[in-house]
Design a protein around this ligand. Structure first.
Ligand code: GCU
Length: 138
């Protein structure tokens, strides 16, 4: 089965802007978190049934300082202060994969900056739901 991509620039953004001033992003841009604690991006995702899902966040961090974020599902933090360490520069993207619980149907996955630096630049998340019953498309 294929993971489903959700672009950050299409998600709900609180204290961040859609930007295109670095290369290598997918979709039409990425989210530049405002440099403030509590800034977040929230994705609405859909799972066929309840169960765990692998969520991969694609990000860039052109500083030398970690940009940790809390990952929550439906308002509950499921992964606190996940590390988003430096990438080589702002044009270099890396991924972090977490296992999170999802309910059947719609879930809100939020990535919230936990320090005054704000989050890293966020390109997208990919959700691979173990319980996804969607038929292969090839
Ligand atoms: C730079 C960079 C931005 C980044 C920001 C930050 O301004 O160009 O893409 O978001 O630093 O520190 O978060």
């Amino acid at each position: 089965r294929a993971a489903t991509d959700y672009q950050a620039e299409d998600a709900h953004i609180s204290q961040g802007t859609v930007a295109t001033n670095h290369t290598g992003y997918t979709g039409t841009g990425f989210v530049d978190y405002t440099n403030i604690k509590g800034s977040y991006v929230e994705f609405t995702v859909n799972a066929a049934s309840a169960g765990t899902a692998a969520v991969t966040l694609r990000y860039a961090n052109g500083t030398s300082t970690d940009r940790p974020m809390d990952i929550s599902v439906g308002g509950t933090v499921v992964a606190p202060a996940v590390s988003f360490p430096a990438t080589a520069d702002w044009n270099t993207w890396a991924t972090r994969t977490l296992t999170v619980p999802l309910t059947a149907g719609s879930d809100k996955i939020r990535a919230t900056a936990t320090t005054a630096d704000g989050g890293p630049n966020l390109d997208r998340i990919s959700v691979d739901a173990a319980t996804d019953t969607q038929a292969p498309t090839r």
